[in-house]
Each structure stands twice: as structure tokens, then as C-alpha cells.
Design a protein around this ligand. Structure first.
Ligand code: FES
Length: 101
């Protein structure tokens, strides 16, 4: 198991390596959009990975192309439905209505 810490709430949840970041965030009861889940079409699951980025699966071409089309994307951006967890703990920051952005 690994852990995912979600900011700004500070919630931490255990997750299975190989599962998606989206699944962990939703299992923690945190709000995160996810209209297309795994298709890189909606961009609703965009978040920032603050720590543990190297532990995640590499971004695929469809993910990078979608990220390029989303306003406010930065070097720490990922689509949570496509980022698979590794063995190391990860800290993410949610955007949107609950984070003051
Ligand atoms: S849920 Fe649509 S890109 Fe992740």
C-alpha cells in the first residue's frame, strides 16, 4: 500500500499501487470532476502533484495533449484518471471550488 495526501483538506488515504490517483481522491471523499475517466477528454480531473510525482506512471501523449489545452496547467499538473500510483507516497492539491483558486 501507499498513501495519498490531499490538499488543501490534508486528508490522507491508503491506496493500492497501480490504481489511479482519481480513485484514491474519490475514496477519500474529496470532490474531483471525472466525466470521461481514462479517456483524457474532459480534463475535469486535473490536479497538481506536489510531492511524489516521480512515483506516478508517466504521462501519456493523450494526457499531455489534454493538459496543454487546459488553462492554469503547470509543471506539476496531472490528469488524476490517468496517473497510476507507485510505491511512494504522493501529495496532491485539488483545484476549484474547495481550494480557493
Ligand atoms: S476524467 Fe476526464 S480527463 Fe480524467
Amino acid at each position: 500500500m501507499t498513501t495519498v495526501t490531499i490538499q488543501p483538506s490534508g486528508k490522507t488515504i491508503e491506496a493500492v499501487p497501480g490504481s489511479t490517483l482519481l480513485a484514491a481522491v474519490l475514496a477519500a471523499g474529496e470532490p474531483l470532476g471525472h466525466k470521461c475517466v481514462g479517456k483524457a477528454e474532459c480534463g475535469a480531473c486535473h490536479l497538481f502533484v506536489q510531492e511524489g510525482r516521480k512515483s506516478l506512471s508517466r504521462a501519456t501523449k493523450p494526457e499531455n495533449e489534454k493538459l496543454d489545452a487546459i488553462p492554469g496547467v503547470g509543471a506539476k499538473s496531472r490528469l488524476a484518471c490517468l496517473a497510476l500510483l507507485g510505491e511512494e507516497p504522493v501529495t496532491v492539491e485539488l483545484l476549484g471550488f474547495n481550494s480557493g483558486f
